[in-house]
Design a protein around this ligand. Structure first.
Ligand SMILES: *Cc1c(COP(=O)(O)O)cnc(C)c1O
Length: 341
């Protein structure tokens, strides 16, 4: 097989149509076997549940070429179980978790030439998602659903190294207590678009959302969890029922403790304590870790000692260890890496 003739290092984070995608339909209470198809379009009723009442959820994970030339995916079982949680909360049928991982594997296998080579910095982003597909006009769950998996090559998130970003404390809320903040629902993103466009217009890269009930505790950004490091090298990550449980964050907690010998705390984090941390970062599949240099709280700046030039030293160690595991340079904990080829 020949890798596609693409300038991998100049790819951005955008959609590129690849050869095949997986499609399975749910009807009369059961999922069909699913097929790989070249058809990249979705044909839907004008009244489909997803179009009227946003009944949809998604996942995001990546395939990598390792140093030894294997093609692997990272902890897909956690994406499968998180999507099952999302489906349950949205009254959608769960796609069985083992078959979910198989569908992801099949999709990557069918697009194997699209997996960027080791060292290019690019990866193959995989997007599994589900939506209500039959007509729904009275407010209720759909009776029919479609589960799809497509993939698209994405460039290195940071071209020329990860520069720290400036973020702001948002006056908008991301998720209500007992709401849907903990699931990967499209609706959480729809309502985050206004605040993120506004943040960008004001010169900020991201919004820091606080807890909606008291506005005293750190939640997350629109699409990434926070990590903090104390002056004495403890990794602190915010805990809340309305935060999306990031697989990157959960993996970094293990890496910090087991590989770097750091102390790890997963607990409520008050905004008042943020000024005392030595390092701050955002974590998620897309960028792994984006270092945060400054937080703007209504004109008052919190400047982390790690500065605006480079990642803080602990953040860098965490980043190198996790990407080392993903790229096969460092031995992974049992069960973290699924080899496709
Ligand atoms: C997807 C997502 C994340 C990151 O999760 P990963 O599993 O690490 O990719 C964080 N916050 C929100 C709101 C998300 O949707």
């Amino acid at each position: 097989m020949m890798s596609k003739n693409i300038d991998w290092s100049s790819l951005g984070f955008g959609y590129v149509q690849t050869d095949k995608r997986f499609v399975s339909n749910y009807k009369n209470g059961a999922w069909d076997d699913g097929v790989l198809t070249e058809d990249a379009t979705v044909n839907l009723s004008e009244c489909a549940g997803v179009l009227q009442y946003a009944q949809t959820c998604f996942e995001g994970l990546k395939a990598y070429t390792t140093e030894k030339g294997q093609i692997v995916i990272f902890r897909p079982d956690l994406n499968a179980s998180r999507m099952a949680d999302s489906c349950k909360r949205l009254e959608m049928p769960v796609y069985p978790e083992d078959k979910w991982v198989d569908a992801v594997v099949k999709t990557v296998e069918a697009n194997i030439d699209w997996v960027p080579p080791y060292g290019s910095g690019a990866t193959l982003y995989i997007r599994p998602y589900m939506f209500g597909s039959n007509p729904v006009i009275g407010v209720k769950p759909a009776d029919e659903y479609q589960f799809r998996v497509f993939c698209t090559p994405v460039g290195p998130y940071f071209k020329g190294g990860a520069k720290p970003i400036v973020i702001r404390v948002s006056d908008y809320d991301r998720a209500a207590p007992h709401g849907t903040g903990h699931i990967k629902a499209g609706l959480n993103y729809a309502m985050s678009l206004y605040p993120i466009v506004d943040a960008h217009n004001q010169g900020f890269a991201e919004n820091m959302y606080l807890d909606a009930a008291t506005r005293t505790k750190v939640e997350e950004t629109g699409g990434a969890n926070f990590i903090f490091v104390t002056k004495d090298g403890t990794l602190v990550t915010p805990k809340s029922d309305s935060i999306l449980p990031s697989i990157t964050r959960r993996s970094l907690m293990v890496v910090a403790e087991k590989y770097l010998g750091m102390k790890v705390e997963h607990r409520e984090v008050y905004f008042d304590e943020v000024k005392d941390f030595a390092e701050c970062g955002l974590c998620g599949t897309a960028a792994v870790i984006s270092p945060v240099g400054k937080i703007n709280d209504h004109g008052k700046e919190i400047c982390f000692p790690s500065g605006m030039e480079e990642m803080g030293p602990y953040t860098k160690k965490l980043y190198d260890a996790l990407t080392g595991i993903q790229m096969g340079r460092i031995e992974a904990p049992e069960g973290w890496i699924k080899v496709i080829k």
